[in-house]
Design a protein around this ligand. Sequence first.
Ligand code: SF4
Length: 396
Amino acid sequence: MKLKEIMERASEDEDLIVALERAIESYMDSRIRVLNRYSYITELAKEVRRIKESAIEKIEELIKEAKDSMEENHMNVYIAENAEKAREIVGDLVGTGKIVVKTKSITSDEIGLRKFLQNKGNEVWETDLGELIVQWLDSKPMHFITPSINVRREKVAELIKKNIGESVDKDDIPGMTYAVRRFLRKKFIDADVGISGANVIAADTGSILIITNEGNGRLSTSLPEKHIVLAGVEKIVPGLQDAFKVSDVIMKYAGYSAASYLSVISGPSKTGDIEKKVVFGAHGPREVDVVLLDNGRLRASRDRRLKEALYCLRCGSCQYLCPIFRLVGGYWGGDAYVGGIGILWNMIIGNEEEAKEQSLFCLGCHECEFVCPMGIKTADIIREIRAGYIEEMGLD
Ligand code: SF4
């Protein structure tokens, strides 16, 4: 999106500022409470930064180790070098005429997966409430943790009436949540395929860790016969212990003492209870397919500036605190990656022209860096990107 269009879209979105302020106030209260209560977390965040740095240094080795471990665990592993290849792999795994339930996954937004699968004749449902709102609006996620951060409760009540046919009072947020719960329950049960992302992956055990609060992650990854995981290769860390540390930091900096669910998935469901003969597909999925996405990440791992973005945990803190984000929300960014850190990610995944122009929005206030658990110097990197762009364009 061009700068002018960002300004226009943001100013046309009459709910944006009010909805952002409501969400940001609530986040700040949680963040202060959680970080004060768990004082160890800032030291743990530093340790996680070191874990991520060393993981990115040997990313190709870890991809191989993770793949071997997962295959030992009877998961099918695919490496996709770009978005097109990833869509093709997932498309073949899903097929057509299927019911698909999805968890929130920024990586799936990166490759435009939902629409791709719908165009192949599948019924695809986002099961995270915020993502479902985005799906109903035919919009794009506006924040890493809270994709529908710009949508006020009044609008959600209207969407529920329109899409589910249930009337819920505009102030009855629990009522809205239960209406969606009733609606999605049948989709979970009927689904042929569940698609998730991964918050972190342990190479040594081949385990996928998924953090959710709503419970949709567990239902999407347990009920369907087939579970497909789509994850960026930067999510891999050496060990399961490292992965738990990463998860703890993500949860705390997202404003939760602990998320309601931390799922560790290390293979298809199985039983050996009858004469020790192992049978896959006991109660959970019979098949688990893992698609590891490169799409510019390996190149970024060798780039002094962009490799910083690979340490990002997608906790969303920097987006809440950014003064520009507070004005224009996720209109500043691409289809998946928004805000200042979104500039870096859009450079990585090939949206360079858009990212360079959007770098002009950054004020260089460094708020993002101060709140980032990984201490990513987003503003400094954006300044370098902007300087290059200004020179390229012959601007002054
Ligand atoms: S850049 Fe830092 S603060 Fe922003 S989402 Fe990533 S880890 Fe969180």
